[in-house]
Design a protein. Sequence first.
Length: 250
Amino acid sequence: MFKPKLTVITIVYNNVRDIERTVLSVLNQTYPNIEYLVIDGASTDGTLEILKKYEGRLAKLISEKDKGIYDAMNKGLALASGDYILFMNSGDELYASDTVENVFASAPDADIYYGETEMYDEDWNSLGQRRHKAPETFSWKDFKYGMSISHQAIYIRRSLTEPYDPQYKLSADIDWIIKAAKKAVKIVNTRMYVAKYLVGGMSKKKHRQSLIERFHIFSKHYGLIPNVFNHAVIAGKLAFYYLRHRRTND
């Protein structure tokens, strides 16, 4: 049976606490056809020393200064040779050791595979499912009320991808997924948890800038007036969720 090649890309900068968890979640996959690329932004806190322990099992390890998150991701994309692309950033994990195997077993020859994400806090305690649950079916229009599939939970055919737009510093992944989804014909919901996500990334630390970028991206793809209306819906759903759970679980 044909097993497509998956390129997993991890970007990291000074995250000595979490990087080993992420690396091992990829290296310990039962799936045999994985190309693993790690792009480090010239870490100085011991991250690189940990990565070098596993360098012999990586397809490529690069450690050099970059111009930000998406510059590092674009370096990984430029090196990728897999049939599919998955980004698994430092601190996040593939859900289980057989996750990749199960994703590709869920249906043959999809353009995009996606699944659900479990959120974790900084002490690696589970916060449960994301507030934005993965939709039963997915098309590029389904992000209009928010990013309903996390970046770590979507496998995209490499031929559908293009470089991340450097004008966006925090939310280019949304634009990147929408562009790929517009080209996709067959999109498969794996109906399973595929990723564990560590909350508190850069988009949380610079939340206002991230929201402004998202608004511009959604306006570009969905139109300004519909986007204003959609954001009113987003705000209402967020307020209702927060009142019930006292957290947002983005």
